[in-house]
Design a protein. Structure first.
Length: 164
């Protein structure tokens, strides 16, 4: 059997555990440009950011602007804004990337897989037939690859037209 090698050097930072010590959903002391932070949308209630270490192309994170960890601590307006933005983001991803399905959900707490357990966020992961689970390493491997900044620039104009 022929050995297949997957090269994804951008994942090295994640695998090595080198993470920004701050909250990715809250503004840093010295603000960075939205493109550098991969922010697609923000208003007074909600933020949409691309996952810097995506499970799949188009993996988005939707969070409340307020720094809050628990689902039960969100206000009704925050809950509504997150879910309405989820609808809008899925419409945009369908138009731009044409996925065949989505995984949508919250990882609540570190043991549940939350990378940032102190700031709740909804994950949207576009899915395609054959992208099963981690990767079919023992079979033919198909990797959907798009550079993050190119994808950011493709998605950004759509999010600027969103009105919640």
């Amino acid at each position: 059997m022929e050995r297949k090698i997957l090269w994804a050097p951008w994942r090295g930072e994640y695998v090595a555990g080198k993470k920004d010590p701050g909250c990715i959903f809250c503004p840093p002391e010295a603000p960075l440009p939205d493109e550098e932070r991969l922010i697609l949308y923000r208003d007074d209630k909600v933020l949409v950011i691309m996952n810097k270490f995506p499970y799949n192309v188009g993996h988005l994170l939707i969070s409340p602007r307020r720094h809050v960890a628990e689902l039960e601590d969100l206000t009704e307006n925050e809950l509504l804004s997150i879910m309405r933005m989820c609808q809008e983001a899925i419409k945009i991803l369908k138009e731009v990337l044409k996925p065949q399905g989505f995984n949508v959900g919250f990882n609540l707490g570190k043991v549940a897989g939350a990378g940032y357990p102190d700031h709740i966020h909804l994950q949207i992961v576009p899915r395609w037939e054959g992208d099963i689970n981690f990767l079919a390493v023992l079979d033919d491997v198909r990797v959907v690859s798009t550079h993050l900044i190119k994808l950011y620039r493709d998605l950004f104009p759509y999010f600027q037209n969103v009105k919640l």
